[in-house]
Ligand binder design. Structure first.
Ligand code: BGC
Length: 720
């Protein structure tokens, strides 16, 4: 008998999908749409019967906040063997895990990675995570989280690429490419999953899971672009979000799931629900009478796989039988899941090779990339000249609640990194700086009796401040953006002693650190830097490398300014308030503490000679914008040249500035380079009054500079 087409690796994937679908019963089809938790023995019979298509390896619904027992390759292989060898059609399971910013080699949190403005580094980080995780039998990761984050109270801002749709889109494409490569069937790749589609990052009050009110135009122009970039990059899967928008739960919204994502964007992967959300339709949301109605609603909306709500497993077969959900609808959804399983090469290599894990996990070359990423993520917010630290001089005291921290420096969503793999900031500084200078490492309690004596003796103090991982990530929103209790007091006390303070802030969000910036002589914002945290901070403080980061989020002065971002819209009485909008509050400046894109360096840069050509372009032509960037300091550095545009006259209000391009350039002392950006009509498109992509003739203002608040200005015109 000739081999079935679906088993033939040489047949086209579409032929294999069609062939396999034609052999499946409704029960088997629905089985592919069911994801259960962990690869446990309780699932053996379901897998054997073809009633389970996927497992998430996780502790439960709050996996990001708790440790689990890790991935056991043999357990995965045992259950996979049942799927492949004992089920009727032998369809392999697809194993998923939240490998969010690295597997065992933990990279900076995604917000920190965004601060690198280095898509290639983000790509490499994802590639390494894929190599390590896939070696343990995982096929699919629930990342990147690509939601634009403009509310630092929201704990999950840590998991995204910041406030700007363009930067987030560039980094999203890079991450997807890193996980999946050109060919997802290679055993060292993972299927990626962009999440949480959509609007989840705009909860009222910044409170996790909260209600979202969001106009469609803003959704399309600000929040959807990274998802669209991922679809274009061929992302395998998308996760539908927990939230509603304007009363409609996204996970039951046919318009967003099917009409926009699958049809308008012509995307052929599959959608997985977020954990248990289908059950919320008949639970908290009250839009379905029971789980059966919830299952029907979500299936008809185009939600392809049910993560752990048991809604599809319990009800979808009978919903097909009574015609509430058509078999054609199920076929189209299952076809998408099978397509990704074929693309992942699961039928050809369903099992992981145990020996590979030993070779790749925490490989020295992986740590080297993590160190580079951590160094490039660190944003120097203030420097009176105390940094880089001189290798000679008096005693340095390293203090503060995070001076000896290890595992805390991984930040949120660390399932597989081990605290013992991290060298603390205090230890790394003691080792590196301690060769030439005396370094005292304080006890974790901070300004205890001993510290006060040590502080008096010290010439200067490195204060390691910030948030532990439990203050950011899922379910971890905060109302105040101040440093946690006691930290500012520590710095005030050191200041009173007359000691220069270098503050290293590790956090999952931009905190309101105005007072700290007044008191400290230097402030390095290190986010949560990952496995190379200590060495990277030491590299940056000693000037072995420049702090390469530029902030991917606006720093607010207080929580009262939230939402904070640079891409404001023009408003009534702008002229009265002043163009910098500094006066919009009576009790505080309305300008940010630090603008989007900001970051100092140990050298400085000058922008000159803006050239725009042609100054009048046709609608289908392009405009070239060049500027000279010169390193006018005395050290090598790398600058991120940023191009912002304003569409001066449009049929709807447009932001005062929008990032349209950037380039990170390395410059030696005294070196000058020309940076050239090209813009075409497609780059200037927005959602018009008719909700369709629009680009209109007229004047465009342009700024090229080091951040969203500075730059040389010019204009060009698109001729109609
Ligand atoms: C989170 C997702 C995550 C999923 C699986 C949910 O609670 O919102 O981001 O991927 O759990 O762990």
């Amino acid at each position: 008998m000739s081999e079935e087409t679906y088993r033939n690796a040489k047949a086209s994937i579409e032929d294999r999908v069609t062939d396999l679908l034609s052999r499946m019963t409704v029960e088997e089809k629905v089985g592919q749409m069911v994801q259960v938790r962990n690869a446990a023995e309780e699932h053996d019979s379901g897998v054997r019967a073809g009633h389970i298509g996927s497992c998430i390896i996780a502790s439960g619904p709050f996996a990001g906040n708790e440790r689990d027992e890790g991935v056991h390759i043999r357990r995965l292989t045992r259950l996979q063997k049942i799927a492949v060898e004992e089920s009727r059609l032998g369809i392999p399971l697809i194993y998923a895990r939240d490998v969010i910013h690295g597997y065992r080699t933990v990279f900076p949190i995604p917000l920190g990675q965004a601060a690198t403005w280095n898509p290639e580094l983000v790509r490499q980080g994802a590639e390494i995570a894929a190599r390590e995780a896939s070696s343990t039998g995982i096929h699919w990761t629930f990342t990147p989280m690509v939601e634009v984050g403009r509310d630092p109270r929201w704990g999950r801002i840590a998991e995204g690429f910041g406030e700007d749709p363009y930067l987030a889109s560039r980094l999203t494409s890079a991450a997807v490419e890193g996980y999946q490569g050109d060919d997802m069937s290679q055993p060292d790749r993972l299927a990626a999953c962009v999440k949480h589609y959509a609007g989840y990052s705009v909860p009222e009050g910044g409170r996790e899971y909260n209600t979202v009110e969001l106009g469609e135009r803003t959704l399309r122009d600000v929040y959807l672009p990274p998802f669209k970039a991922a679809a274009k990059a061929g992302v395998a899967t998308v996760m539908s979000s927990f939230n509603e928008i304007d009363g409609v739960p996204v996970s039951a919204d046919r318009y967003l799931l099917t009409e926009v994502l699958k049809e308008e964007w012509d995307w052929d992967g599959f959608i997985i629900s977020d954990y248990g959300i289908i059950a919320t339709m008949c639970g908290a949301f009250g839009v379905a009478a029971d789980l059966r109605e919830a299952a029907a609603m979500c299936a008809n909306a185009g939600l392809d796989m049910d993560m752990c709500a048991s809604a599809y497993s319990q009800h979808l077969v009978s919903l097909v039988e009574d015609g509430t959900v058509s078999e054609a609808q199920v076929n189209s959804m299952v076809g998408r899941i099978l397509r990704i399983k074929f693309r992942c090469g699961l039928f050809e290599h369903p099992y992981a090779d145990e020996n590979r894990a030993k070779k790749v996990i925490l490989a020295p070359q992986h740590r080297a990339v993590a160190r580079k990423a951590a160094c490039e993520s660190m944003v120097l917010l203030k420097n009176t000249g105390i940094l880089p630290l001189a290798s000679e001089g008096g005693t340095v005291l390293v203090t503060g609640p995070l001076a000896r921290a290890r595992g805390e420096l991984y930040g949120t969503w660390n399932l597989d990194g081990q605290p013992g793999d991290v060298i603390s900031i205090g230890e790394a500084l003691t080792k590196k700086l301690g060769e030439d200078r005396e370094v005292h490492l304080d006890n974790p309690a901070g300004m205890g009796g001993l510290s006060r004596i040590l502080a008096r003796q010290a010439e200067m103090v490195v204060a390691c401040l910030g948030e532990g991982p439990w203050l950011s990530g899922e379910g971890n929103s905060i109302a105040s953006l101040e440093l946690p209790a006691g930290q500012l007091e520590l710095v005030e006390a050191l200041h009173e002693l007359g000691k220069p303070v270098i503050a290293v802030v590790c956090a999952g969000r931009p905190l309101a650190i105005g007072r700290l910036c007044e008191l400290a002589d230097a402030v390095i914002y290190a986010w949560h830097p990952g496995v190379e945290a200590g060495q990277a901070v030491a590299d940056v403080l000693l000037g072995t490398t420049n702090p390469g980061g530029r902030t991917p989020v606006t720093f607010p002065r207080s929580a009262g300014q939230v939402p904070t971002h640079y891409a404001h819209k023009p408003i009534h009485n702008d002229a009265w308030f002043g163009s910098d909008r500094a006066n919009h509050y009576r009790d505080q400046l309305a300008t940010p503490l630090f603008p989007f894109g900001f970051g100092l360096d140990y050298t400085s840069y000058r922008y000159t000679n803006l050239r725009i050509s042609p100054e009048r372009a046709s609608m289908d032509g392009s405009v070239s914008i060049s500027v000279d960037v010169e390193n006018v300091g005395s050290r090598t550095g790398s600058e991120v040249a940023q191009l912002y545009v304003r569409d001066v006259l449009a049929t709807v209000t447009r932001p005062l500035k929008e990032l349209k391009a950037f380039e990170k350039i390395a410059l030696k002392a005294g070196e000058k380079k020309t940076v050239t950006f090209t813009l075409s009509g497609g780059d200037l498109t927005y959602t018009g009054r008719d909700m369709r992509p629009t680009v209109e003739p007229g004047e465009f203002k342009v700024w090229v500079g080091p951040n969203a608040a500075e730059g040389i200005e010019g204009t060009f015109e698109l001729a109609g």
